[in-house]
Design a protein around this ligand. Structure first.
Ligand code: CP3
Length: 339
């Protein structure tokens, strides 16, 4: 029998001859009653920082849907701003708020990249615990935000809108912008290395706001830092540069094993652009999981037909799941893929 882990690692190596591996969970916990119940007792940050709780939340989706091929660590990309010295919180009405903004050269200089791995050692502990509790056959994914997206949160002080303040910083204070980029990249590199050493099978790098990067800065801000981070990691990586399909050809140059495709981009176009030797992951519109099982089955079928025989395809959402995701829709999805 092919194990989930083998199926996943084979797909990352573009050598999978079985059905595509599938995983889903990105900020996904919220739609599960068992997650909401735990959150009644502990706040988000406590759960992230307590290895026993982070382990429990990570395992929840697998307990409910045992046929998922991978578990993704429960944490958040915002642990990097926190490790650099800027706390975060979620607003009650939705959205993110950082304790302060980072815009001047002085504020950039005050960020502390050294020691990130020590400050985030609780993540290493959670991964080790997960590795020992997960069945050997299940893939364990770590993740990290990409420097461009993390810079947006730091400079904008929260959810980035159109990224006006960071874009302005690029033009008005290029030195401060460079130092900011270098510090975030150094922190991410330490963090990803820690995750690789602690039992993650692969690492996903989320550039969720790549669409806000001005064209002239995409290489310097979105590709080169990712190359650097990938060099610090001895496990396969999955690169997600959301809203930047026009740069897919260049994304190949970071040399990640897989490129994640958002829901606005045709998978066949992505495959043609990246060529046969990089895996592609995606790209069901997660919104469909709020509708009904029949619609989900039809949409999943279309993707499966489109990617039939593709040895480097990983089935995933084209972005994270919303709190309104229906459990019967997730069941219908897994059923259709695993049929
Ligand atoms: O699926 C999982 O639970 C895995 C863990 C995970 C979380 N966040 C937990 C979380 C992962 C992989 C993330 C990644 C993440 N976080 C990204 C990159 C992926 C993407 O969506 O593009 C980004 C941009 C963030 C920042 C973030 N954290 C956002 C935008 C939100 C939603 C805020 C809101 O109010 O809508 C979060 C919160 C968050 N992260 C939750 C979870 C389970 C929900 C917290 C809650 O309400 O309980």
């Amino acid at each position: 029998m092919i194990t989930s882990r083998k199926r996943f690692l084979d797909a990352l190596a573009c050598q999978n001859s079985d059905r595509p591996p599938v995983w889903l969970m990105r900020q996904a916990g919220r739609y599960l009653p068992e997650y909401r119940a735990l959150k009644q007792k502990h706040d988000f940050r406590t759960m992230v920082k307590t290895p026993d709780l982070a382990t429990e939340v990570t395992l929840q989706p697998l307990q409910r849907f045992p046929t998922l091929d991978a578990a993704i660590l429960f944490s958040d990309i915002l642990v990097i701003p926190e490790a650099l010295g800027v706390d975060y919180r979620f607003r009650d009405q939705g959205g993110i708020e950082l304790e302060r903004t980072v815009r001047s050269e002085e504020e950039v200089n005050a960020l502390q990249a050294e020691g990130t791995a020590e400050r985030l050692s609780y993540v290493g502990k959670a991964l080790q615990q997960l590795r020992s509790e997960l069945r050997e056959e299940t893939t364990l994914l770590g993740f990290c935000g990409a420097p461009w997206t993390l810079a947006l949160y730091l400079v904008e002080g929260g959810s980035p809108g159109e990224g006006r303040n960071l874009r302005e910083l690029l033009y008005r204070a290029p030195d401060a912008a460079r130092i900011l980029r270098e510090k975030i990249t150094a922190a991410c590199s330490e963090y990803v290395k820690l995750q690789c050493q602690s039992g993650a099978d692969a690492i996903q790098l989320f550039d969720s706001w790549a669409s806000l990067c001005p064209a002239d800065f995409y290489e310097e801000w979105c590709l080169e830092p990712i190359r650097q981070i990938i060099r610090s990691c001895d496990k396969p990586s999955i690169f997600f540069s959301r809203g930047a399909a026009s740069r897919l050809n260049e994304q190949r140059s970071v040399k990640s094993e897989a490129i994640a495709i958002d829901w606005s981009t045709p998978l066949a176009l992505a495959r043609d652009t990246v060529g046969p030797s990089i895996a592609i992951q995606g790209n069901l519109d997660p919104l469909i999981l709020e509708t009904d099982p029949a619609s989900v089955r039809a949409a999943a079928r279309r993707i499966l037909d489109d990617r039939k025989g593709d040895p480097g395809f990983i089935f995933n959402g084209g972005h994270g799941l919303s709190p309104k995701t229906r459990i019967d829709c997730v069941e219908a999805l897994l059923d259709t893929i695993q049929g």
